[in-house]
Design a protein around this ligand. Sequence first.
Ligand SMILES: O=C(CO)COP(=O)(O)O
Length: 304
Amino acid sequence: MAAAASSLASQFMGLRREAPPSTELFVQTVQFKLRHSSTRCPNGRVIAMAGTGKFFVGGNWKCNGTMDSVTKLVADLNDAKLENDVDVVVAPPYIYLDKVKQSLTDLIEISAQNSWVGKGGAFTGEISAEQLIDLGCKWVILGHSERRHIIGEDDQFIGKKAAYALSQNLKVIACIGEKLEEREAGKTFDVCFQQLKAFADSISDWTNVVIAYEPVWAIGTGKVATPQQAQEVHAAVRDWLKKHVSAEVASFTRIIYGGSVNGSNCAELAKQEDIDGFLVGGASLKGPEFATIVNSVTSKKVAA
Ligand SMILES: O=C(CO)COP(=O)(O)O
């Protein structure tokens, strides 16, 4: 049975191995391969939608940068040797989006950090999804905690933004995460599920959605979640999707972690089964360190 399953894995997933794996290793490998490749089970069930099963690393540059620093960062990213089986996305401030789009390698996609809730028009200071698409932008980050807690965006508004962005073919990085006092009060899951539900209420097709779990207490604080803390929430989020959306969506939706990820802690986090990549703030402003985080996919492969 194990031998048959092993041969099946080799056949369907191009698995290379020298010695028969232990059962546990085999199961982990298959789970990793299923989640991190676009494939179908022998019974035809789609495990990962085409092009959406890869490790995903986003760099959220937030409100940082000057013409000079952005030029240097783009040059560093163009020079970096990045693993090619990772979806890499950077989110510069709006004013640098076009410059970055024009000068950055096509291997890295561009994201906005926000978009307007509906069609553009008389909305001073806003940028619409249509305008982002017009610029060649492929992604938008929505529901970031800095927009929730500093700007005051609420769950319903963020959900509407997600629906509108998706309707315009802008892919969405949907952020969720609890504050420190919420974690300490034992409300981490309640908060994350409530934010997730607001997204789920607005999203009918999850193909172009990545979920970012970003505990607020870990953002910009240098206090990263432990791999176990992050894995616990990621697994719970996947389970929530399974129960409230579908097993298929739970299986193919990437759940990435954000909050003080850097070149030193990414490898251990990446090994966790339900961590499918990262959303990186401060460390994404340093090209070589961001490349290290992108390349932490190799730790995931080794762990699998
Ligand atoms: O908010 C984040 C990414 O969106 C994380 O920021 P830091 O990596 O700076 O903690």
